[in-house]
Ligand binder design. Structure first.
Ligand code: HEC
Length: 197
């Protein structure tokens, strides 16, 4: 028992020391806690590197642009190995293409209908956000702004949402109305909203 306690103590001290260690990239910045001299205010450029969220209105979109034609090359080189050459999905990696135009997303048969960019994503801006922060799965954060615009354009074109030569940028991307925009409703059941609609 005592041996476990000792190793637990050792492990906790190592964890604590690691947590308190200043990140050398912020060396020289004033400490956050002047009493104990702990923590450094992150440098603006380090914050900027991780402050990349793009919201539904397009706020946060970077400068740059791309077309589906340019995106085809990005997809073939960086995405097709997992998602399939036409983004058809290779289990367990999900398909990115697929429309059910008449109904948008077929909730009644939800277990059979794969959720894709074409039938389930309500905003094009958040597709950009997701791809930029999370894909390629094994090297996220490596796509340039132009590559991200281009590969998102290719995905939207494959889903018959935009033309192959449409230029996506910080102005045109938020203006796209996704087929699934209307299928989501606010959940107001606790405030007396209907159970079914
Ligand atoms: C190493 C394999 C791999 C690579 C390479 C990869 N992906 Fe993915 N991708 C995945 C997996 C696995 C998921 C599902 C992740 C999850 O559900 O958490 C996913 C999910 C996605 C989704 C969300 C699908 C949805 O509707 O929920 C998008 C969009 C996407 N990938 C785009 C891309 C793009 C664009 C590229 C290339 C720039 C790329 N992926 C490269 C494995 C990969």
């Amino acid at each position: 028992m005592r041996r476990y306690a000792a190793s637990w103590l050792l492990m906790s001290s190592v964890l604590l020391a690691t947590a308190c260690a200043d990140d050398s990239r912020d060396a020289g910045a004033p400490p956050v806690d002047p009493t104990y001299g702990l923590g450094r205010t992150p440098r603006p450029e380090r914050l900027a590197a991780i402050d990349i969220d793009v919201d539904t209105t397009g706020h946060g979109l970077p400068a740059g642009s791309g077309t589906a034609t340019q995106g085809a090359a990005v997809f073939a080189a960086q995405c097709a190995s997992c998602h399939g050459a036409r983004a058809e999905g290779v289990a367990p990696v999900p398909p990115l293409v697929g429309r059910t135009p008449a109904v948008g997303y077929d909730f009644a048969n939800a277990d059979r209908a794969p959720r894709t960019i074409g039938n389930y994503w309500p905003y094009a801006t958040t597709v950009f956000d997701y791809v930029r922060r999370a894909m390629p799965l094994n090297t996220p954060g490596t796509l340039t702004a132009n590559e991200t615009y281009a590969v998102v354009a290719w995905l939207l074109h494959q889903n018959d949402i935009i033309a192959a030569d449409a230029v996506l940028d910080a102005t045109t991307l938020p203006a796209i109305r996704m087929p699934a925009r209307g299928i989501f409703v606010p959940d107001d059941r606790q405030r007396g909203g209907p159970t079914f609609r």
